[in-house]
Design a binder for this molecule. Sequence first.
Ligand SMILES: OC[C@@H]1[C@@H](O)[C@H](O)[C@@H](O)c2[nH]c(CCc3ccccc3)c[n+]21
Length: 445
Amino acid sequence: MAVPFPDDFLWGAATSAYQIEGAPLADGAGPSIWHRFAHTPGRVAGNETGDLACDHYHRALDDVALMAELGLDVYRFSLAWGRVLPEGRGAVNRRGLDFYARLVDALLEHDIQPMATLYHWDLPVALHERGGWLNPDSPHWFADYAETLFRALGDRVPFWITINEPWVVTVPGYLDGQLAPGHRDLFEPPRVAHHLLLAHAEAVAVYRTLGRQQIGLAVNLEPQHPASPSPADLEASRRRDAFINRWFLDALMFGRYPEELADIFGPAWPEFPAKSLEQIRCRGDFVGVNYYSRGLVRAAPDVAPLGAVRLTPSDAELTTMGWEVYPKGLTETLLWLRDRYANPPLYITENGAAFDDPPPRNGRVEDPRRVAYLRAHIRAAAKALEQGVDLRGYCVWSLFDNFEWAEGYSKCFGLYQVDPSDQTRRPKASARFYREVMASRGAAA
Ligand SMILES: OC[C@@H]1[C@@H](O)[C@H](O)[C@@H](O)c2[nH]c(CCc3ccccc3)c[n+]21
């Protein structure tokens, strides 16, 4: 492919703490809401948990050597709040902090840039019992946690992400209850979302006094297309676009929520004080984009609160998550960000696909569909770069097959297969493909 990727473009891979580390309570760590959720019967497929996951907590240094062999420029991982602050606030657990210091130092020794996510859904239970993200003090708890990490690792970590996907924390977490903490309520999501945005802004403000590198928010974005040109479907896709794509970014970039949100939540949408919206207004240094697919939307007046449903197109290629393979949506999303928010610096912080991979045959795992997915999406990103999008990096989700939340270990996104019997990491064809892409600075895509 003609190479539009600049030499300093950062090629990487992403993971998160609860999904790969295992040992959730080791060395003084406090339990998270995901530890509790996974251990609640019926919440996770097969009642699987992150108790072992990829055992990364005990294998981190070998895994960093594997990342170096793969040829990563950057590695995106998350910090488990409860390892560092077992009660979520107050006393620091040195052994937990030391694990992350060792990981960061190993990455730097291998010339891999650390990109640390402060919050990837694993709130300490101790804070959840004080109301969690519903508590107006939650932004301050988060900012204090962030400050602890900025002081401990700020000089060595060049990229910080405050929160991974506040929309997913809010909607599957508090509206439909699919993910921890599993609440199903119409009145809680608007307040949770507001506190998450305040938490992000407060952490960024602290960072401005302590750090001189890059900090941003990672958001899941999904272009919404009407299933038909009917006004009802057009209106439904516009509502779902506000709900998924503009809710958090408009608040950050413009200091105001999209007006569709008040329609969607009706009486459950509070009057937010103007002052707090002004506090939320905070561009950060970059936007992290998590892209997987698009939404095909049909009006469904009886489906509350959106009055819209997401269709699975019958003639499309689907991943095992049921998500349509739609690389054009990545170009569309990146151009939309350029145009709506005045061309902010962007990193694709997640892009990948779950397919049912075959068992290894003489140490190799063939995953041609994942190779095709990654190639198509890297090319889609290149198309946006060629149109002036300030795209600076791309991280594959995920480095390893890992704990896929409510789906357990049944959904595999990894460049490496992890043998559950002995934790052996085996590269898939997609790892070999991605190594070539990185070695050729994008040309091999
Ligand atoms: O589902 C694959 C990955 C997760 O493993 C990551 O932890 C998470 O950051 C992430 N976000 C998305 C897109 C948004 C989404 C999340 C959960 C459920 C439905 C959509 C996909 N993924």
